[in-house]
Design a protein around this ligand. Structure first.
Ligand code: NAP
Length: 170
């Protein structure tokens, strides 16, 4: 299993504000959709809430919450399963067990709490770095360049300058 963070942050590491994204960047949203389609995604309960109660099509959702029993009625389908688990370790084990039928690359899609706790387990990071400062309440952790090597960078200028960065664990 390859565990990959996929995140977008500003120069001041902001990823979210009041339960939502601080920006509207259609090209980054398309990158997120294209990259995660057909894959297992691990997320925190607040990030799942930001989907407004709807699972994303053709993805296996593993949602981490201290109260999974609250979600026992949540609808889960074969093409878009949604499973609630109590710990990050349980989420990773469940993802691994499902890579027999789902792809090897499993995405951690946030938010701030889950990125921070799971960074030590990540093999790879797709980071969209937005070259502005934003106000917000949720952060992406610092990437230690002694641990992760930047292997790819694609710059985009519009509507605001940002870069698609890829890091691999050394
Ligand atoms: N820019 C990006 O790339 C990006 C990506 C994703 C999200 N976001 C933004 O980030 C924000 C949400 O991030 P967040 O940090 O507030 O929340 P989060 O990480 O999405 O979810 C936090 C929740 O996860 C559960 N949780 C966390 N650690 C746990 C643990 N060790 N064991 C069991 N459960 C645990 C808890 O759920 P319970 O409270 O249910 O117990 C906790 O309240 C939103 O603004 C969202 O839009 C941005």
């Amino acid at each position: 299993m390859i565990l990959t963070h996929i995140a977008a942050c500003s120069e001041n590491r902001i990823i979210g504000t009041q339960g939502d994204l601080p920006w509207d960047l259609p090209e980054d949203m398309k990158f997120f959709r294209d990259t995660t389609k057909g894959h297992i995604m691990i997320m925190g309960r607040k990030t799942f809430d930001s989907f407004k109660g709807k699972a994303l099509p053709k993805r296996f959702h593993i949602v981490i919450t201290r109260e999974p029993e609250k979600f026992s009625d949540f609808p889960s389908t074969e093409s878009s399963p949604v499973v609630f688990v109590k710990t990050l370790e349980e989420a990773i084990a469940l993802a691994k067990a499902n890579t027999t039928t789902w792809p090897e690359e499993v995405f951690i899609i946030g938010g701030g709490e889950i990125y921070k706790q799971s960074l030590p387990y990540a093999n790879k990071i797709y980071l969209t770095l937005i070259h502005r400062e934003f106000k917000g309440d949720t952060y992406y952790p610092e990437i230690d360049e002694n641990v992760f090597k930047l292997t790819n960078r694609r710059d985009v200028e519009l509507p605001i300058p940002f870069s698609f960065l890829t890091y691999f664990r050394k």
